[in-house]
Design a protein around this ligand. Sequence first.
Ligand code: AHM
Ligand code: MG
Length: 342
Amino acid sequence: MLTLKPLRRFITLGQFIIERQTDFPYAKGELSRLLRDIGIAAKLVNREVNKAGLADILGDMGETNVQGEDQKKLDVYANEQFINALRSGGECLAVASEENEDLIEIESPVSQNAKYVVCIDPLDGSSNIDVNVSIGTIFSIYRRKNDRTGSTTIEDFMIKGSEQVAAGYVIYGSSTMLVYTTGKGVNGFTLDPSIGEFCLSHPDMKIPEEGLLYSINEGNYMHFPNGVKKYIKYCQEEDKATNRPYSSRYIGSLVADFHRNMIKGGIYIYPSTGKSPNGKLRLLYEANPLAFIAEQAGGKASNGFDRILDVQPESLHQRVPLFIGSNKMVEKAEELMRTFSA
Ligand code: AHM
Ligand code: MG
């Protein structure tokens, strides 16, 4: 008699979201649908990202000079896809995007009862597109305060990161992954191109407490605060007990640097520099969502002194210094910041 081996069950993103729906405080399926909409847009963006290098030979960018124009178009394309998905999904009231100066209010008949606002960097690290290096999407979801009615304003976005209800990123890399949290741990899904589904591949992700990698653009060294200079020296010093020197790894694509450090253990730093006193990265759609994920995975995210998730936003495109990754490494960097850069 033929005995069938039990099939290993694979779980798609859609199934997982539905199974976990009861974890959410409001459990009416709205947040699940919002996450599903983001997953769908991510697949469309992934399809175009994978074709980026073909733009020249296929000529699908028309008569424009593809160099430079091409990567810009992919940014715009990603922005449009995410906004369209959120608009037609009906669960989102307004979007703050890196690509748009002002917030985008969603006025659609299906969004009358929407309760969520979304912050998004549709295609981060886009200068890496034309050299075929990983790029990403980062998103953050808030529930609008109950007592507010009428049109959405900037006020609806001036909420501390600690109040995010969900956050995630998509990495378009050697494979494409979607990683997200709703405050109950972090789960990662890899896109299986043969079936076009994100499948659970990294359940309950954890950042190692300690790591051996540090990621920072050392070209800006001269302009770093003293605390950061001391931390870099600390990473480079020889010490067998703590496995130093650490290795330096910097892709220049935040999602990719963060993702690698989350899996292997490490720290990513974009500090203030002489030129930009608040660093380069944006609080609402870069630092906050990754900080939420880092904490949910057992790591830490700081501006060098304080928890990122406690920073009060004051504008949509506000910048913030970012120290993020393995708990012990961020703690050490904070200690040196307090001692040498307070
Ligand atoms: P972007 O939003 O314009 O793409 O800029 C953000 C990117 C991050 O992905 C990356 O970590 C950082 O900028 C790299 O900046 P730098 O080239 O100054 O090191
Ligand atoms: Mg960005």
